[in-house]
Design a binder for this molecule. Structure first.
Ligand SMILES: Nc1nc2c(ncn2[C@@H]2O[C@H](COP(=O)(O)OP(=O)(O)OP(=O)(O)O)[C@@H](O)[C@H]2O)c(=O)[nH]1
Length: 607
């Protein structure tokens, strides 16, 4: 069965909610890889977080066996991909492990933004794309139009689209046949030195890091010593095998196959996505193309609300890190917040996932500061320092120059949104690069933009201004000098280091004013009047005042009703959970993220 001609490796790409999971389940059912009962059990296991956010964080690749209409038995490997721009590199690597992809589009919605970015990644990786127009059972479905749209936007002839309902099982047998007929078998040489692409991994407490691999050339056996060509790490193979979907050991994995190699390594950082595994003896001379070590781009401080929980936070981060090579952290302390960690993330969604996992799986109450990027600062004495925490920016008098990371962004959107996108990008210091029509109705816009401007809710803004139609992708395009200043925030006359941020001088006054206004709304009234100020160096540029609270909350209870009083106190306690005492003022979590919600304050003054 491991003859290459009878292997097909594919992924499913889709916009959120278009039916990727439902279709995968049908394929597993129809190939009898998994029974309905097992499926329900598996569903129960999946992370809450994943379900709520509608994103796939980790899903194993699955091997299915399929007897096709031609009478032959085929090995089908379904490789899952994460759908979010933060993980576009991971998506790219997962797709690089395949020869084809099912492109699932909802028949009532048509093509949506997220589908496109992944489709382009699939095309970049030379994959054969099989369009699937799903949910044709819905009353609002217009499958022929959607197939036509796929033809005009992506260029795949409408008659190649398979009309399906994953929910009712319609079209699913045709999809299996198309996988076998249209997707080519893997190329690759069994006789060559062994090479496998790592497209994902997880940490297992007993078997160490499990690398998810697509073997490209040669043969790996369960007794080999392996070498990672990018990181240089070496390991003994403890076990290798396939996912069906449970881990099933085998004696060997050969060119074209997808499976896992258990390495005994202690951290996924040694076994990074995109790296090439070869054999320690008789290694391949060239790694597979495209490896990039995971590099955090967005940084934020994580602090326990209860300072005693610091050791627990450290332990939790260490454990998460075993499974997440892109997460980085180092201790830091803040005058306002005490001891915590400066953590590095791939992007904002990654940051949110880490925070939620720390809170849910490790039961930690955390406070997180506004995200920042990493600056290169040239000091007057010639020294260069990197600064990932705005409060650590050296005094302006000591700074010769500051460089910030810049990215090139691609936005794909319907033509009618060009104006609003241009407008948004200009307020974020973007520089126009190019505009191309994909067809008469859609454009691809490219800009060069500081990364710092993207991490403060750019994606959300873009989505809301374009009703979700714009898709965004970006890649790092180097560093660039900019006239940046540190904006400090003073609460009750005290600078709060965790609220400092780095802004462009031209935008400093506006951001300062908006920020103190937003903070005034977010910080609850105290027993006394609290001034909130924004300052650059010693110069105050904006001020708002939170007026003193007039009545005690309990005054309303007339002293009599004990249960009611207790309830009120409990409610107050709940509310307090996410507060941090800074000096004599209680500051809620939202205030530390105020920079991300300036537009909610009703004053859309952003130039
Ligand atoms: N009517 C109808 N509903 C469907 C069909 N396929 C999926 N759905 C429903 O659409 C919703 C989303 O389906 P999922 O399979 O979770 O979609 P997904 O693309 O995996 O979504 P994410 O995991 O959130 O990315 C669910 O409520 C499904 O029951 C279909 O063929 N017809």
């Amino acid at each position: 069965m491991s003859d290459q001609l009878h292997i097909r490796n594919f992924s499913i790409i889709a916009h959120v909610d278009h039916g990727k999971t439902t279709l995968s389940d049908r394929l597993l059912e129809l190939t009898r890889t998994i029974t309905e009962r097992e499926q329900r059990e598996q569903l129960l296991d999946s992370l809450d977080l994943e379900r709520e956010k509608g994103i796939t964080i980790k899903l194993k690749p699955v091997r299915m066996e399929y007897r096709a209409a031609d009478g032959q038995l085929y090995q089908l490997n379904l490789i899952d991909t994460p759908g979010h721009v933060d993980f576009s590199y991971e998506v790219n690597r997962s797709l690089a492990a395949c020869e084809g992809a099912l492109l699932v589009v909802d028949a009532s919605q048509g093509i949506e933004a997220q589908t496109l970015a992944n489709t382009y990644l699939a095309l970049e990786n030379d994959l054969v794309i099989i369009p699937v127009v799903n949910k044709i059972d819905l009353p609002g479905a217009h499958p022929e139009e959607v197939a036509q749209e796929i033809e005009s936007v992506i260029g795949i002839p409408a008659e190649e689209a398979i009309l399906a309902s994953a929910k009712e099982g319609i079209g699913v047998p045709e999809i299996l046949e198309a996988i076998v007929k249209r997707i080519p078998p893997p190329r690759g040489q069994r006789q060559q030195p062994a090479r496998a692409l790592i497209f994902d991994s997880h940490y297992d407490p007993y078997k160490g890091v499990i690398a998810y691999v697509r073997v490209v050339d040669g043969v790996f056996t369960s007794r080999d010593r392996v070498r990672f060509m990018g990181t240089g790490a070496q390991a003994e193979t403890l076990e290798l095998g396939i996912f069906r979907p449970a881990m099933t050991p085998l004696n060997e994995l050969v060119a074209g196959e997808v499976g896992y190699i258990a390495t005994g390594l202690k951290s996924v950082a040694d076994c990074q996505v995109g790296d090439t595994i070869t054999l320690a003896e008789n290694p391949a001379s060239e790694p597979l193309p495209g490896y990039r070590p995971a590099k955090p781009m967005v940084f934020a401080g994580l602090y326990p609300i209860d300072s005693n929980a610091y050791p627990e936070l450290r332990e939790a981060l260490e454990r998460l890190k075993l499974n997440d090579a892109a997460l980085s952290f180092q201790p830091e302390s803040s005058a306002a917040l005490g001891f915590g960690f400066r953590c590095g993330f791939l992007g904002l969604l990654h940051m949110e996932i880490v925070r939620e996992r720390l809170e849910r799986e490790y039961k930690l109450d955390l406070l997180i500061t506004a995200p920042s990027v990493e600056y290169q600062v040239l000091l007057s004495d010639g020294e260069i320092v990197t600064v990932a925490n705005p409060s650590e920016m050296p005094d302006l008098s000591r700074i010769e120059a500051i460089e910030e990371p810049v990215v090139e962004i691609s936005v794909i959107a319907p033509v009618r949104y060009i104006g609003t996108i241009m407008d948004l990008v200009t307020t974020r210091r973007g520089v126009f690069l190019s505009m191309d029509y994909l067809d008469p109705t859609r454009v691809l816009l490219k800009y060069r933009m500081p990364l710092a401007e993207i991490v403060i809710d750019f994606y959300d803004q873009l989505k809301s201004r374009t009703q979700g139609y714009a898709s965004l992708d970006y890649h790092l395009a180097g560093y660039q000098e900019a006239d940046l200043v540190k904006l400090d925030i003073l609460v009750n006359g005290q600078p709060v280091d965790a609220l400092s941020l780095i802004v462009h001088r031209d935008f400093a006054y506006q951001r300062g004013r908006d920020l103190v206004e937003r903070l005034r709304q977010l910080i609850p009234r105290q027993m006394f009047e609290v001034p909130i100020q924004a300052a650059i160096g010693s110069k105050i540029i904006a001020r708002e005042t939170i007026r003193a609270m007039r009545k005690d909350v309990l005054a309303k209870c007339y002293g009599g009703d004990v249960t009611r009083k207790r309830k009120l106190l409990e409610k107050q306690k709940e509310g307090k959970k996410r507060m941090k005492m800074v000096g004599s003022v209680e500051i809620p979590q939202e205030a530390f993220m105020a920079i991300l919600s300036l537009n909610e304050s009703g004053n859309e003054r952003e130039r």
